[in-house]
Design a protein around this ligand. Structure first.
Ligand code: NAD
Length: 488
């Protein structure tokens, strides 16, 4: 006689519950039509998306794109959660690593830019469009491209990568990054950590790939790679032009030089505080950051006083001259015309460092310098990316708009107005025609930080898609059923 196993009812119920949970969990991790692995144990050895060879990275990303498909929307949600959680959890460490590598900007803002990656929209953004009529039903869906080739700037290496992954994977894509060489180490570190977590969750190792030693050659190889269906470029004019000549479709988040107009109808102390908030953020590395101010003569004196009262330090004209001589060199173009060239060594430098070059002394925590200039000054016309704001007096509002338009160079990026006059608001909005137009706030309000809206670090200004969302990285496909399937 075999021994009988005595199990009480409570134990039996808990065993049954566990079995039911296991079955439910297994079916959630691996949908019916899918041969994809369920959750796998973390492992440390392996590339986890970090490649030196572009062809190998593109092949791995292409395979990962196919591996992601059977996991459906739920798989994409898991990846997005991983990116947002890691960015927030590691913000202090990753921010420090990026700061130490790039040596530009402000540490606290590097950290904050990672903490707010959670504000980038995900799969909820993708809504199909349906039509139903006498001829049947039609469904338009937003589907992935496959592999996206992405170029990222040194000004926000890891935040741009995290924001891009959220948008691109929400849309179902894989991605290969060619980061700026100056921010390539932190890019590889973050990509590896993200892939390790994705692998531990859904078993895919190379959904996000990065070229560890990026060069112009790797950029060209990425543009030429057959697996890369579309490019996403976040950077200045050089890389935007190169991408647009590549023959691939390019979504270009290009340069800006955002002007501010102050007409004196609003609150001048708030206008001054807003200008300082936007222009000093990460030492003015943000592409949306205020770069030059045009203020009506009638309120110029009061506005300048408000800037000083809010903590910015004014340079004299002699100090400005000294700083300008270090911040720009002159170069001749092909036609023999001389034009200023930005000294990249001062990009993202602290206001106190800029002050030293000017021969002035300000406290280490001074957020911003300012100086009165004419409208053609290099600090006005060049995208200087420094916390040093030129302020130009103008006679009329129309003069301010004309000067703002000239300084923006037709980038159609961002502009800011401080005014309570709605006609002025309309006039400037129409004349500048920028992607972001912020009224009565700091520039960052245009990215949902202090204004309504959502965040991303890639603002497709040059090619017109606007602040990147998952929709930016989709193909629209139509499915039609003729006459049948309507329910009435
Ligand atoms: P950058 O143009 O020097 O570099 C950007 C990227 O392009 C880097 O990966 C770099 O290696 C690569 N690159 C540069 N020139 C290239 C060329 N000729 N061919 C191929 N690749 C090239 O810019 P940056 O200093 O890293 O970033 C600041 C610039 O980016 C500013 O102009 C800023 O306005 C712009 N930006 C725009 C946005 C946006 O969303 N519109 C966001 C961030 C930065």
């Amino acid at each position: 006689m075999s021994p009988s196993l005595q199990i009480d009812e409570t134990t039996l119920r808990s065993i049954v519950d566990q079995v039911v949970r296991n079955i439910a969990g297994a079916s959630a991790a691996a949908p019916a039509a899918c041969a994809a692995p369920a959750v796998v144990a973390p492992r440390r050895e392996g590339r986890f998306g970090v490649f030196t060879d572009v062809a190998a990275a593109c092949a791995a990303a292409n395979q990962a794109f196919r591996q992601l498909q059977p996991f459906g929307i739920e798989g994409r949600v898991k990846v997005i959660e991983i990116v947002k959680t890691l960015a927030e959890k590691n913000a202090v460490e990753w921010g420090r690593i990026e700061f130490e590598e790039t040596k530009i900007g402000r540490l606290a803002h590097k950290v904050e830019k990672l903490q707010i990656v959670k504000l980038v929209p995900g799969v909820e953004w993708l809504r199909p469009y349906a039509l139903s009529g006498d001829h049947g039903i039609t469904l338009e869906e937003h589907t992935p491209f496959g592999v996206i080739g992405a170029i990222t700037p040194v000004t926000h290496s890891v935040p741009t990568i995290c924001g891009n992954i959220v948008s691109m994977v929400a849309a179902g894509n894989a991605v290969v990054f060619n980061p700026h060489p100056g921010g390539a180490k932190c890019a590889a570190m973050a990509v590896r950590a993200i892939n390790e977590a994705i692998h531990a969750s859904i078993g895919i190792e190379h959904l996000v790939c990065v070229i560890a030693e990026p060069t112009l050659d790797t950029f060209n190889a990425l543009c030429a790679a057959e697996a890369v269906r579309v490019l996403c470029v976040t950077g200045g004019p050089g890389v935007v032009n190169a991408a647009m000549k590549s023959g691939k479709r390019a979504i270009c988040a290009g340069p800006g030089n955002p002007p501010v107009v102050v007409d004196g109808t609003g609150n001048l102390s708030k206008a001054a505080a807003d200008v300082i908030k936007g222009a000093s953020y990460d030492n003015n590395l943000l592409c949306v950051g205020e770069k030059q101010v045009f203020v009506l003569e009638s309120c110029a004196e009061r506005f300048l006083n408000e800037l000083a009262r809010a903590g910015a330090a004014k340079l004299t004209s002699a100090q400005l001259e000294r700083l300008t001589a270090v911040a720009f060199t002159n170069s001749k173009d092909a036609g023999g015309c001389s034009h200023p060239v930005l000294n990249r060594k001062l990009v993202g430098a602290d206001a106190s460092v800029l002050a030293q070059h000017a021969g002035a002394t300000v406290s280490a925590d001074c957020p911003m310098l300012f100086a009165e200039t004419d409208a053609d000054h290099p600090f006005v016309m060049e995208e200087q990316m420094m916390p040093m704001i030129p302020v130009v007096r103008v006679k009329t509002f129309s003069d301010a708009v004309a000067a703002a338009l000239k300084s923006e160079h037709g980038y159609k990026h961002s502009a800011i107005l401080h005014s309570l006059n709605v006609e002025h608001m309309s006039q400037m909005a129409r004349a500048l025609d920028t992607t972001l137009f912020v009224k009565n706030g700091a520039s960052v309000a245009g990215l949902g930080l202090g204004g309504e809206g959502y965040l991303n670090y890639s603002i497709a200004t040059t090619t017109g898609e606007g602040i990147a969302t998952p929709l930016t990285f989709t193909r629209t496909r139509r499915c039609v059923m003729v006459e049948n399937l309507r329910i009435y």
